[in-house]
Design a protein around this ligand. Structure first.
Ligand code: PLP
Length: 847
C-alpha cells in the first residue's frame, strides 16, 4: 500500500499524475488488484493494473461531476441508444487525461511497452457499425463540452461477433469481451429496477371513481446498471455511460425450489439473463424478433425509471420531468420509451393524459438514421401485444387522438390517414415505430443535409407536412480525440508542432494548416509520417493475413459494414478492370495499388456474405498471377472494428465512399479518413457532399449518378444491359466473372450478385461503372504526382474540422436540447461526512 493511503491522506497524492506516482500506483495494482508479483504478471495482469491505475485517476473527477450536477438547473441529456461502439477505453482515457507521455515513461522505466499493454484490451463491441460508433463519439463530445449527460444502453454479454475468414468465407465466432473482466465498469446494484413483460391488463374504477388500468405481467426481470466513466478532453467532466444487464428478480424461484426442483428453479434465472445475452448483428435491417423487442423495452424502461429516481433526488415532481431531461432517441430502437413514459405518468403517477402527453413530447427528440425501407422498424401487432399489452393500449390511444387531429387538418384525405397511422393495416397489422417516434417527439433530425432533405421529401413527408417546425438537420461528426490524437500520434505530433494543440478541442483550428500545404518542407514531413503509418498497417496486414504489401503503393481502402447499397462489388469491378488491362497489355502503365477491404456481413445476409467471397476470390487470382508483378494486391482484413480502424484510417491514401446516391444517410468513416489525410473517391451521397464542399471539389474525386439522376433513370426505365453492351471494358469484366474465372470455373457462383445486376441492377452498379473507373484514373494520375497528392492530403485534414462531433453536439444543444455547459470544479477531498443515498445519484462513490 502506498504511504498516502496508510496515512489516510486525501486522495490527491495517491492519484497524482506524475510519472513516479503512476509507476508506484501501477505496481500496487499488479500486487493488490491482480494478486501477482511483478515478475509473474502476464500481459493481461499488466493491462488490468494499468486500467485500474487510470480509473483511479478518473474517479475523483467522476464524483466531482455527479456532485456538480446535483440540483443544478440545466437539463441533463439522456442519450438512449441500443448500441454504443465505444472502442478500447484505456488509450482514450490517457489522451483525455493528458497523461499519455507520463504513462508511457512510467511503463518504459519498468521495461514495458505501453503499446503492447494497450493492445491487451478487448474492445466492447456493443454496436454494429456507424450508428453505435456515432453514439460513442457523441458521448466523448458531450463530456468534452461539459454538458450534463447520461448514455443509456444495453450491457450485451456478447457483442458483435468476431469475424474470421476461412477459405475466403466469413465465419462468425462469439465475442466474449467480458471473459477477463471489465475494469472500466462499476456495478450499481442499489439502483436495480424491476421491469415487467407480457401478461394482460385489467380495467377498473378506483375508490375515487377514476378509470384505471392495472398491468398484470407474465414475468418480471431485474435491470442492473453498470456504469462506465466517460471523460472529456482536458476537463473535469466525467459523464456516465449506464448499461443495463438483465437478471432474474429472484435468483431462485422458491415455490419450485421448495418442491425439490432445484434445476427448474435455476432455469428461470437463465431465461431472464437471456434478455441481454447478445447484440443482434443486423445493420440497417430489422427482423421482428420477440427477444429484440424485449431488449428494447427493457433498457428503455430501466432508463426511464432511473431518470425518475434522479428527478426525485433533485426534489422535483414528475410533472417537471421535461425540465430536467432531454431524451434523444438514437433511431427508433428506443422509441417505445414514448409509450413507457406515458404509462409511468398516467398509470403510476396519476398525471392526466393531456398533461402527460405534453411532458412526453417536450422530453423526446428523434434522430432518423436511414432511408432504407427494410431498416424501418415495424412490429407485428400480435407480437407487440404479447410482449407489451399495456403499451399497445396506450399506443392506440395516442393514435386515436393523433388521427383525429389529422382528420381536421387534412380534411377528406383518407390516404394520408392510412400513411400516418401508428398502425400499418396492410396485410398483417404492424406497429410503426418511426411514426410513434415522430408523433411523440418535439424534434426530428436527419444526419446530413441530403439525408434530411430526402427524409422531408420522402419517408417522413407526411410528418413534415404536419409539423414542419419539428424538422432539422444535424450532420454527423467524429471525435478528433480518438480518431486523430489517439489513433494517429505521429500526425498529431506534426500538427501540434506546426499549429499548437488547440485543434484537439477546437477542430476548426486545423484550418491553420492550410498555408503549409504549399510548403514543400512540411509536405515532406507529412509524407514521411504517412509512410510510417502505412508501414504499421502493412505489419498488421502481415500479422492477420500473412500477406506482404508494399507501403509505396497506393493504399486504396474500403472498410465499413458489407452492404449491397454500399457497393463493395463496384470497387471489385474496378480491380478486375485493372487486372484485365494488365492481362491484355502486361506492360500497361498502372499505378501500383493495395486494395484493402474490411467489414462484417450480417450472418443471415446471404448477399453480403457472397460479396466477401467475391472479394476474396478475386484476391486469390490477382495476388498470385505472376504477370501482375505485385502492381495490384487485394487484401481482406478480418474483423474490422474500432481497434483495427484506429490503425487503418491513418494509413489510407484513398478512401472509398461509393454508395449509390440517396442511400447512405451520412457515413462517418468518410470523416475519419479525411481527418487523417486520406483523399476521398465518392458519390454525391450522405455527408460526402458536405465533405466535398469543405475540402474543395479540386481535392475530392467525385463520380457517379446524383440523386436526381438516379430518380430520373428510375422513372424513365433503366436498362442495365445497355450499359453492359455499350462498354467493352465492363463487358470483359462481367464476362470473366460469369465464365467462372474467379471461381475455378464455377460459372454460377456469383449469380446472386451479377445475374440480378444485368437484369435489374437495383443499385445502379453498371450505370456508375464507367464514371467510377474514369475517376479512379484521375486518382491514379494525382497519386503519381507526390507533391500534388500530399498537398491535397494536407488540405483534406486542414478542412475536416467541421466534421468534429463537437460541432454536431453544439448544434444538438442549441437547437434541440436547450442545454448549456456545467463546468465541474474538482473536489479536492474524497472525504467529508457520508451523505445518504441519492447524493451520488449520477455516479460516483458509495453513499
Ligand atoms: C466509423 C465506423 C463505422 C462506420 O463506417 P461508415 O464508413 O460510415 O459506414 C463502422 N464501423 C466501425 C468500427 C467504425 O469505426
Amino acid at each position: 500500500m502506498t504511504e498516502a493511503i496508510r496515512n489516510g491522506h486525501a486522495d490527491e497524492t495517491r492519484t497524482a499524475m506524475s510519472c513516479a506516482i503512476i509507476r508506484r500506483a501501477f505496481l500496487d495494482h499488479v500486487f493488490h488488484t491482480q494478486g501477482k508479483l511483478p515478475g509473474h504478471a502476464g500481459p493481461n495482469d499488466l493491462y488490468q493494473a494499468l486500467a485500474h491505475t487510470v480509473r483511479d485517476r478518473l474517479v475523483q473527477r467522476w464524483i466531482s461531476t455527479s456532485e456538480a450536477y446535483l440540483g443544478q438547473p440545466s437539463r441533463t441529456v439522456a442519450y438512449l441508444s441500443a448500441e454504443f461502439l465505444v472502442g478500447p477505453h484505456l488509450g482514450n482515457n490517457l489522451v483525455n487525461l493528458g497523461i499519455y507521455d507520463e504513462v508511457q515513461a512510467a511503463m518504459h522505466s519498468l521495461g514495458l511497452d505501453l503499446d503492447d499493454i494497450l493492445r491487451q484490451e478487448d474492445e466492447p463491441g456493443l454496436g454494429n457499425g456507424g450508428l453505435g460508433r456515432l453514439a460513442a463519439c457523441f458521448m466523448d463530445s458531450l463530456a468534452t463540452l461539459e454538458i450534463p449527460a447520461l448514455g443509456y444502453g444495453i450491457r450485451y454479454e456478447y457483442g458483435i461477433f468476431h469475424q474470421a475468414i476461412v477459405d475466403g468465407v466469413q465465419v462468425e465466432q462469439t465475442d466474449s469481451w467480458l471473459r477477463r473482466g471489465n475494469p472500466w465498469e462499476i456495478q450499481r446494484a442499489e439502483w436495480t429496477v424491476e421491469v415487467r413483460l407480457g401478461g394482460h391488463t385489467e380495467h377498473y374504477t378506483d375508490e375515487h371513481g377514476c378509470y384505471r388500468v392495472r398491468w398484470v405481467p407474465a414475468k418480471t426481470v431485474a435491470g442492473v446498471p453498470f456504469d462506465s466513466p466517460i471523460l472529456g478532453y482536458r476537463v473535469n467532466t466525467v459523464n456516465t455511460l449506464r448499461l443495463w444487464r438483465a437478471e432474474a428478480t429472484e435468483a431462485f424461484d422458491f415455490p419450485t425450489f421448495n418442491r425439490g426442483d432445484y434445476l427448474g428453479a435455476v432455469s428461470k434465472k437463465v431465461t431472464s439473463e437471456n434478455l441481454t445475452k447478445v447484440l443482434y448483428p443486423n445493420d440497417e435491417t430489422q427482423q421482428g424478433k420477440e427477444l429484440r423487442l424485449e431488449q428494447q423495452y427493457f433498457f428503455v424502461a430501466c432508463s426511464l425509471r432511473d431518470m425518475l429516481r434522479l428527478l426525485a433526488a433533485d426534489g422535483m415532481p414528475v410533472r417537471r420531468f421535461h425540465e430536467k431531461f432531454a431524451i434523444q432517441l438514437n433511431d427508433t430502437h428506443p422509441a417505445i420509451g414514448i409509450a413507457e413514459l406515458m404509462r409511468l405518468l398516467v398509470d403510476e403517477h396519476d398525471v392526466p393524459w393531456d398533461e402527460a402527453w405534453a411532458i412526453t413530447c417536450q422530453s423526446f427528440a428523434y434522430t432518423n438514421h436511414t432511408l432504407l425501407p427494410e431498416a424501418l422498424e415495424q412490429w407485428p401487432l400480435p407480437l407487440f401485444s404479447r410482449v407489451l399489452p399495456r403499451h399497445l393500449e396506450i399506443l392506440l390511444e395516442i393514435n386515436a387522438r393523433f388521427l383525429d387531429e389529422v382528420r381536421i387538418r387534412f380534411y377528406g384525405d383518407s390516404a394520408r390517414l392510412t400513411r400516418l397511422s401508428l398502425i400499418d393495416e396492410h396485410g398483417e397489422r404492424h406497429v410503426r415505430m418511426t411514426n410513434l417516434a415522430c408523433v411523440g417527439s418535439h424534434a426530428i433530425n436527419g444526419v446530413a443535409a441530403l439525408h434530411s432533405r430526402l427524409m422531408r421529401e420522402d419517408v417522413l413527408k407526411d410528418f413534415f407536412d404536419m409539423w414542419p417546425e419539428k424538422f432539422t438537420s444535424i450532420t454527423n461528426g467524429v471525435t478528433p480525440r480518438r480518431w486523430l490524437a489517439l489513433s494517429n500520434p505521429r500526425l498529431s505530433k506534426l500538427v501540434c508542432e506546426a499549429i499548437g494543440k488547440d485543434w484537439i478541442s477546437d477542430a476548426e483550428r486545423l484550418h491553420a494548416l492550410e498555408p503549409l500545404a504549399d510548403d514543400a518542407g512540411f509536405r515532406h514531413l507529412w509524407q514521411a509520417v504517412r509512410r510510417e503509418n502505412k508501414l504499421d498497417l502493412a505489419q498488421l496486414v502481415r500479422q492477420s493475413t500473412g500477406m506482404v504489401v508494399d507501403p509505396a503503393s497506393m493504399f486504396d481502402v474500403m472498410v465499413k459494414r458489407i452492404h449491397e447499397y454500399k457497393r463493395q462489388h463496384l470497387a471489385v469491378l474496378h480491380i478486375i478492370a485493372l487486372y484485365h488491362r494488365i492481362k491484355c497489355d502486361p506492360d500497361a502503365d498502372i499505378v501500383p495499388r493495395t486494395f484493402l477491404f474490411g467489414g462484417k456481413a450480417a450472418p443471415g445476409y446471404q448477399y453480403a456474405k457472397l460479396m466477401i467471397r467475391f472479394i476474396t476470390s478475386v484476391a486469390d487470382v490477382v495476388n498470385r498471377d505472376p504477370q501482375v508483378r505485385d502492381r495490384l494486391k487485394v487484401v481482406f482484413l478480418p474483423n474490422f472494428n474500432v481497434t483495427c480502424g484506429q490503425r487503418i484510417y491513418p494509413a489510407a491514401d484513398l478512401s472509398e465512399q461509393i454508395s449509390l446516391a440517396g442511400k447512405e444517410a451520412s457515413g462517418t468513416g468518410n470523416m475519419k479518413f479525411a481527418m487523417n489525410g486520406a483523399l476521398t473517391i465518392g458519390t454525391l451521397d450522405g455527408a460526402n457532399i458536405e465533405l466535398r464542399d469543405a475540402i474543395g471539389a479540386d481535392n475530392f474525386f467525385d463520380f457517379g449518378l446524383s440523386v436526381p439522376q438516379v430518380q430520373a433513370l428510375r422513372e424513365d426505365g433503366y436498362d442495365a444491359s445497355a450499359c453492359y453492351r455499350g462498354n467493352a471494358e465492363l463487358r470483359a469484366v462481367m464476362d470473366l466473372i460469369r465464365q467462372g474465372f474467379f471461381s475455378h470455373g464455377d460459372a454460377t457462383r456469383f449469380d446472386l450478385l451479377f445475374d440480378e445486376q444485368l437484369r435489374h441492377d437495383p443499385y445502379f452498379l453498371l450505370a456508375d461503372f464507367a464514371s467510377y473507373v474514369d475517376c479512379q484514373r484521375q486518382a491514379s494520375a494525382a497519386f503519381s504526382d507526390p507533391a500534388r497528392w500530399q498537398r491535397m492530403s494536407v488540405l483534406s485534414c486542414a478542412r475536416s474540422g467541421w466534421f468534429s462531433s463537437d460541432r454536431a453536439i453544439r448544434e444538438y444543444c442549441d437547437r434541440i436540447w436547450k442545454v448549456k455547459a456545467v463546468p465541474v470544479r474538482l473536489l479536492h477531498r474524497a472525504s467529508g461526512a457520508p451523505r445518504h443515498a441519492e447524493a451520488a445519484a449520477h455516479a460516483g462513490g458509495k453513499p
